[in-house]
Ligand binder design. Structure first.
Ligand code: NAP
Length: 340
């Protein structure tokens, strides 16, 4: 098999393709011939050496794949062999062959390509957890999503529009037209406009009921202020930690010192009727049944055409560094995939 390794922490050029013997599926696992592997911002932060969940480098990153089962381990129904699937994996997904525990593999419905399947787990499960499971978004409410043009942003927008909510998105100006077509009702160019001021104008001073924020630092503080009574702030990342392509102590210090350590506390939350919550899909491995339930609901919505990953570009395995540059240069609109 071929795998893409993070050989050391650093800029995208530290990614390298290496050969290894095909793995054999252990008890309770299936082997998948991978047709597409998802690239996520967490892989980028892992490559930079600022993602604490990543196992020690050198390591094969990657959380998700789409492909076909070609072998099963003891205890797994042989009927899976030959089935088209997608899967969520605890690292190692940048590979053309991978073994995955059965609970993390999902059958692809008719018509869903391997690319579409590979684009679902991280973006859509995270968006579902944020918007539905924890955010409790309702028809008629307003949601503000940061990095609306990223994979999670587009997934969250589709789910929110299905619910019947209004969506405000922040994104680079070059993405606004496409995002309007994808359902975002109001767009804010966060590079030239203050999102808190603009969102207040858009909501006529009322504020918003749900915010999805993976920028972190000051953005959490502004978001908390922007919540309407009963509003919820969902925090799920700190992309402000990665303004460049290599680890930066200055960004780490800036991010940590600008966090709202004192802004919310039991008394302020009660008196303002606001809620805050955090999401890390990478810490949900013990919640397989719950996550499988979300996958089932999302697959039904996909079959109805209510949600569909927006695949921006695919890169060959030997172009993995270019895929990381593409995202870090903020060129992507939706999902970036690696194909063997
Ligand atoms: N907690 C979880 O379970 C979880 C799961 C998935 C993702 N996340 C987090 O959610 C965020 C979005 O993930 P994603 O997969 O949707 O992203 P993505 O598809 O990789 O897209 C990233 C987009 O974010 C924007 N961005 C913001 N800050 C950036 C930076 N410092 N460098 C480069 N781009 C930046 C860019 O859009 P603009 O041009 O509009 O700035 C970029 O196109 C990331 O922070 C990620 O770590 C968390």
């Amino acid at each position: 098999m071929r795998q893409i390794w993070i050989t050391k922490a650093g800029a995208p050029d530290v990614l390298a393709v290496r050969d290894a013997p095909d793995p054999e599926p252990k008890s309770g696992a299936m082997r998948i011939r991978v047709a597409a592997a998802g690239v996520n911002f967490a892989d980028i932060m892992g490559r930079m050496g600022v993602y604490p969940d990543l196992p020690p480098i050198p390591v094969v990153p990657g959380y998700e794949v789409g492909g076909r089962v070609d072998a099963v381990g003891p205890g797994v129904d042989a009927a899976w062999i030959g089935r088209e699937v997608f899967a969520i994996i605890r690292f190692g997904g940048y590979a053309d062959v991978i073994c995955v525990p059965e609970q993390q593999v999902f059958a692809r419905p008719d018509g869903m390509s391997a690319e579409q399947g590979a684009a679902i787990p991280v973006n859509y499960f995270t968006a579902w957890q944020l918007v539905v499971a924890m955010g409790g978004l309702k028809r008629g409410e307003t949601m503000l999503v940061h990095s609306a043009g990223g994979g999670v942003g587009i997934a969250a927008t589709q789910i929110a529009k299905h619910i019947g909510a209004t969506v405000i998105g922040t994104a680079s100006a070059s993405k606004h037209d496409a995002l309007r077509r994808l359902g975002v009702d109001h767009l804010i160019d966060y590079r030239t406009e203050d999102f808190e001021t603009r969102a207040r104008e858009i909501t006529k001073g009322r504020g918003v009921e749900l915010i999805l924020d993976a920028v972190g630092g000051d953005s959490f503080k502004k978001g908390y202020r922007l919540l309407a009574p009963t509003g919820r702030l969902g925090m799920f990342g700190v992309s402000s930690l990665a303004p460049g392509k290599q680890k930066s102590m200055a960004s780490l210090v800036r991010m940590l010192t600008s966090m709202p350590w004192l802004q919310f506390n039991p008394l302020s939350l009660m008196n303002a009727n606001k809620g805050v919550f955090g999401v890390n899909l990478g810490h949900m491995w013990g919640e397989n049944d719950r996550v499988r339930g979300w996958a089932g609901q999302l697959t039904e919505l996909w079959a109805k055409g209510a949600v569909a990953p927006h695949i921006d570009r695919t890169f060959r395995f030997d172009e993995a560094a270019a895929a990381h540059h593409y995202i870090q240069d903020r060129k992507n609109l939706g999902k970036v995939l690696l194909v063997p």
